[in-house]
Design a protein around this ligand. Structure first.
Ligand SMILES: NC(=O)c1ccc[n+]([C@@H]2O[C@H](COP(=O)([O-])OP(=O)(O)OC[C@H]3O[C@@H](n4cnc5c(N)ncnc54)[C@H](O)[C@@H]3O)[C@@H](O)[C@H]2O)c1
Length: 442
């Protein structure tokens, strides 16, 4: 297949060589003549392991030129890999993308071969933001009239490769997310699957597709900072840090896994809070600053405060919590974020009820531990079971807030018929309908 690549830097030159090695004819376009000269001699324009060999051995399939218009060779697809530098106060600067779009559209406007059934696919591999694709669609339609007639299809397919292992990452990408407008997704999938041999492409909406790279790289940065901050503490107390992290990484169930990566509410429970505090205090003792670890605690508390402020702002007549222990199916109230939230809400509004079957039945049997009773404090009198809740007449209550903390109560709450209410969902499961009355924070 003939493929155009715009921008032959760290991303573009790897795509150029990688796709050429699979028998495609690659046409690279870059404004930097020194890069073009190197590429056309079979030399890589950047230092990247294995890129030189790949380029040299596939020279016959690679051609680089300074402009799309000159020596134009028809293809069905172009990958845009130009820089999108971050500018303070502005965000990502997309001027290079717009220049490439202009050069493509000027040439395509002269061409008669493209149509709705045979469009040119512009695939953005550069880092984007949430609005880039829709803004480009408007731009292309307004300036060139190539969007609504289907001659051009825009796709966002962010590149995730890492310098230093770019070739391996290119051939074995771990995260493939693609956004294309729904009407073209079959066509896009067909063309892209002729070029790439993936096993798990994910077609997402534009928001997710543009943000996943920011999220991934922030996560990687967090892992590095976490590893180094904690390692400094461990080293100070004479622990073998490499060995410790080797063991740490062996836990593929909780440590190196998708566990704890479900958007929901603040963490709680005795272990996470206690051990985090322990590590921070160890850092203090040995003189290692722990801004990241302290930030974790702060972030967790800020979230609880945000939700309680929102509830207090509603100034409800009655707030009903569904679940209060730190986690469903347990009676453990230690560091429960829901209990902390209930207490914050309670400080302004005394009208509070807590539906929790486990805590309620333990209270009735007088089997709730003394520690948990102390933690409940005055709220002890406000705990009821689902059976007792069913007998309440809240149907016509005004200004009611229902806070779902444990997933098991979601169905019950969503099935209620109420007139003047707000549902606040703090679980990791989505509500069936989200509107001004029913709201999930994440
Ligand atoms: N470097 C990485 O590891 C990496 C990884 C994933 C994604 N990205 C993203 O990919 C994009 C490109 O990054 P990069 O590191 O390859 O950038 P780069 O600066 O190395 O390469 C960009 C190339 O685009 C060329 N260019 C600029 N304007 C042009 C135009 N009008 N026409 C043709 N070519 C033009 C430049 O001459 C340069 O060679 C960025 O958005 C970046 O965030 C980079």
């Amino acid at each position: 297949m003939n493929i155009d690549v715009f921008g032959l830097g760290y991303v573009g030159s790897v795509i150029l060589a990688g796709l050429a090695s699979e028998g495609n004819k690659l046409y690279g376009i870059d404004i930097d003549p020194s890069k073009l000269a190197l590429i056309n001699q079979g030399e890589p324009p950047i230092d990247e392991p294995k890129l030189g060999e790949l380029m040299k051995s596939n020279m016959g399939n690679i051609n680089a030129r300074p402009s799309f218009k000159e020596d134009y060779i028809q293809s069905k697809i172009g990958f845009i890999c130009v820089g999108t530098p971050f500018k303070e106060g502005i965000g990502l600067d997309f001027q290079y993308i717009y220049r490439v779009i202009d050069s493509i559209c000027i040439k395509l406007s002269e061409e008669t071969n493209f149509s709705e059934s045979n469009p040119y696919l512009i695939v953005i591999r550069s880092t984007a933001n949430v609005t880039l694709i829709s803004e480009l669609e408007d731009y292309i339609e307004t300036k060139y009239g190539l969007m609504n007639n289907g001659k051009v299809v825009l796709v966002l397919f962010p590149e995730f490769l890492r310098e230093g292992s770019a070739i391996a990452d290119f051939f074995d990408p771990k995260s493939i997310c693609i956004y294309s407008c729904r009407t073209h997704s079959d066509y896009v999938q067909k063309i892209l699957s002729n070029i790439f041999h993936w096993n798990n492409p994910m077609f997402t909406d534009m928001g997710a597709c543009s943000q996943i790279k920011l999220l991934s790289n922030s996560w990687h940065a967090l892992k590095v900072a976490f590893t180094n901050e904690t390692s400094q503490i461990l080293k100070e107390i004479g622990v073998d840090t490499s060995k410790t992290f080797e063991v740490f990484c062996q836990d593929k169930k909780l440590n190196i896994s998708s566990s704890y990566l479900n958007p929901g509410f603040s963490y709680g429970g005795s272990c996470l809070t206690k051990d985090l505090s322990g590590l921070i205090s160890l850092g203090n003792e040995v003189g290692i600053k722990t801004p990241l670890l302290e930030g974790i605690q702060k972030s967790n508390d800020v979230y609880i405060a945000r939700v309680s402020d929102d509830i207090n702002q509603i100034n409800p007549n009655l707030v009903i919590f569904f679940g209060i222990s730190f986690k469903a199916l347990t009676d453990d109230l230690r560091a429960s974020p829901f209990l902390l939230l209930a207490n914050k809400v309670n400080s302004k509004s005394n009208n509070i009820l807590i539906v929790d079957d486990i805590i309620s039945s333990k209270l009735k049997e007088s089997s709730l531990s003394r520690g948990n009773q102390i933690l409940l404090g005055k709220l002890r009198a406000n705990i009821i079971s689902t059976e007792e809740f069913a007998k309440l007449n809240i149907k016509d209550s005004r200004n009611l807030v229902l806070v779902v903390c444990h997933q098991q109560y979601l169905k019950l709450v969503e099935g209620l018929t109420l007139v003047d209410y707000k549902i606040i969902n703090l679980t990791t499961k989505k509500l069936h309908t989200e509107d001004e009355n029913s709201y999930s924070y994440v």
